[in-house]
Design a protein around this ligand. Sequence first.
Ligand SMILES: Nc1nc2c(ncn2[C@@H]2O[C@@H]3COP(=O)(O)O[C@H]4[C@@H](O)[C@H](n5cnc6c(=O)[nH]c(N)nc65)O[C@@H]4COP(=O)(O)O[C@H]3[C@H]2O)c(=O)[nH]1
Length: 635
Amino acid sequence: MLQLDVHVTHPPGSALSALMMCRTDVREERAAIDRLQREVLEAVAVGRSLREVMDLLCRCVEALAPEVSCSVLTIDEAGLIHPLAAPSLPASYSAALEGVQIGPSAGSCGTAAWRHESVEVTDIATDPLWAPYRSLALAHDLRACWSTPIVLAHDRVVATFALYYREPRAAAPFHRRMVDACTQLCQIAFMHQAHQREIERLAYVDGVTGLPNRTLLTDRAGQMLLLAARAREPAALLLLDMDRFKTVNDSLGHAAGDEVLRQIAQRLLGTLRDSDTLARLGGDEFVVLLPGCTAEDGLQVADKLREALQAPLTLENGRLRLPMTASIGVCAYPLDGGDLDQLLKNADIAMYEAKRAGRDCARYFLNTMNQALDQRLEIETALRHALACNALQLHYQPKLSLPENQLVGVEALLRWKDEQRGWIPPDRFIPVAEESGLIGALDAWVMEQACAQLARWRAEGVDVPSMSVNVSPLRFHQDDVAAHASSLLVRHGLSAGDLTLEVTERVMLDDDSRPREQLQKLHAMGVGVSVDDFGTGYSSLSYLKRLPVTEIKLDKSFVRDLELDQDDRALASAVIGIGRALGMTVVAEGVETDGQRQLLQHMGCDVAQGYFFARPQAAPDLVAWVTARRAQPTG
Ligand SMILES: Nc1nc2c(ncn2[C@@H]2O[C@@H]3COP(=O)(O)O[C@H]4[C@@H](O)[C@H](n5cnc6c(=O)[nH]c(N)nc65)O[C@@H]4COP(=O)(O)O[C@H]3[C@H]2O)c(=O)[nH]1
C-alpha cells in the first residue's frame, strides 16, 4: 500500500517553507514499527534496565529515521528533569538539562511535561517556549523538537520522549506513527520498572512500618561486618523487644497494634544516625545495626532509644495515651559474634536477661549468660523427662492455727530429684518451667496429685482439713484453671472449700483480664484464693479489695527478723491488720522459732507455717506426723 506524505520544512537561513512530498510504503513502515516494538518489548521482558531499554528504543527509531535524534528524559516527583537516554545527542547538551525544572516555557520537553500534552516546536530559533534554552540548543545545532509526555497512573508524567531535528521542520507522518508506538513502549517500560521496584520494595521492606525487613537487614549486616573486618573497627547490634505488646494487640486490635509499631518505628528512627540501620524482624522485635560502635556505645544508644519511647504514644486521635517500654539486648562485633546469626542469638539472650530483670531496661550480652542459657536448656530437657516419667514428687507442709495449734491444712510443694543432679530446688526449676511454657503442665500435674492425695487421706481417715496448691501466674494465661479444678474436685469427691490456690501478686496486677476472670470463677465455686509472698511486691490494697482473695501469706522474709527488726514487726502487724479488716485469713510463712510464733500470735495472726512446726515432707511422713500429734496432748 502506497501513501503520499506531505510535510513542511524550514531550511536554515531561508524564510521560505518548502513542501516535501514523500511516497511511502505504509506496509513496510508498519512492519518496521512492529519490529521495533518486538525488539523493545523483548528487552523489557528479559529484564534489561530501563536505561538500556530506552537507549535501544532511541537507537531503533534513529535507525528507521536517520534524520532524527531521540531523547528520553525522566521527570522526578519535584518536576526536575534527568536525562535517561539520548544516544545521538551531544553528551554536553544532555548534561546541561540535568536538574532543569519543568514549567510553562521550558523547551519542548519541560513544557510537555508541565502541560501533560505533546509540544511540537518547529523552529527553536523563534519559538518563545525555547527562550531560556535557545542558545544551548542552537549551539548544538538542534533546530526543531517534538516532545511527548509519558503519563502513568494517577496522571503522573514520569518522562518525555522527544524527536530532535537539525533543521526547522514539523514531524513527518511516519515519525508521528513511530512516536505513537514509542509512547506506548515507554509507558510499558516505565510501568514495568515501577512494578519491579514495588516488588523489590516488598521483598526488602516491612509492610507495616516501612523499615527494612529481615532480608534487607541480612544484607546490610553483611556489608557492615565486612567493612568492620576490613577497617578493624567494632560494630554493635541491638535487639529491641516491646514489653507487653501482645496485650495491646489483644485488647485494642491489630490495626491499633500496627499503628503502635509505626509510631515506635518513627520514634526510634528519630534517635538514630543516617548510617545506622533500624529493621523490623517481625512481631514487636526491632534490630538496630550500629557501625563503628562498641558495646558501650551500644548501651548508650539503647538508653536513648528507651528515652525516645518514654512519652506515651497517642492513638485514636489523641483519645488514647499508651505508655510503651522496651527491653533491649546489646552485643558487639567481633567479641560477641562474627556473623549476623551469632550476634542476633547473643543479643536475644541479653534481651531476655533484660526481660528477666523486670523489663524496660537494656542488657549487654555476657558469655556467662550463654552458659546460664545452656544450663536452663539442660534443666528444661531433664524436667520434661521427669514430668513425662512421673519422677516428680509432692511434699506437704502443715499449716497450723494460732493460738490453737490445730492443723488447718497443708501446702503441696513440688520436689524433684534428678538422677545426675540430685535434688533441684523449685526456685531453680520453676522459673525454667515458666520460661519454657512447661509450667502449665507442671502445675496441672501438681493439682491432680494434690487432690488425689487429699482424697486418699480422707479415705484412709487421715485428718487433713484442706490442701493448698501453688499456681504460676502463667498458667492462668494458658489454661482454664477453674474448669480443671472443678473437674478434679468432682472426680475425687472433694468440696471446693477443701482446695486453696496460692497465687502471687503478679496475677492480680496482670494487664490481661484472663487471670482475674479465672479467679472470679474459682471464688464463685468456693475454692480459696491465697496471695503468696505478700509484702514483697506491689502489695496494692486496691486489688485486695476488688478481687476474691480469701487468704494472704505474709512472706517469710518479714518473719525471719521479726524478733530483731522493729520495721519488720511494724510491717507484719500492718499486714495482719489489713487482712483481718478485709475478712481474710492471714498466714505467716517461714516461722522457725517459738519467739516468732509468739509475736505473730500476739499480733493476731491466724495461721502459721514453718520449720518450727514441720518441714515439707513426703506423704507417708506427713501421715506419721499427723498421727504422732494426735497421740500427744495439744498445748
Ligand atoms: N527458710 C524457710 N523456708 C521455709 C520454711 N517453711 C517453709 N519454707 C519454704 O518456703 C517456701 C514456701 O513456698 P512458696 O512461698 O509458695 O514458694 C515456693 C513456690 O513459689 C514455688 N513452688 C513450689 N512448688 C510449686 C508448685 O507446685 N508450683 C508452682 N508454680 N510453684 C511452686 O517454689 C517456691 C519455693 O518452694 P520451696 O523451696 O519448697 O520452699 C517453700 C518451703 O519449703 C521455714 O521455716 N524457713
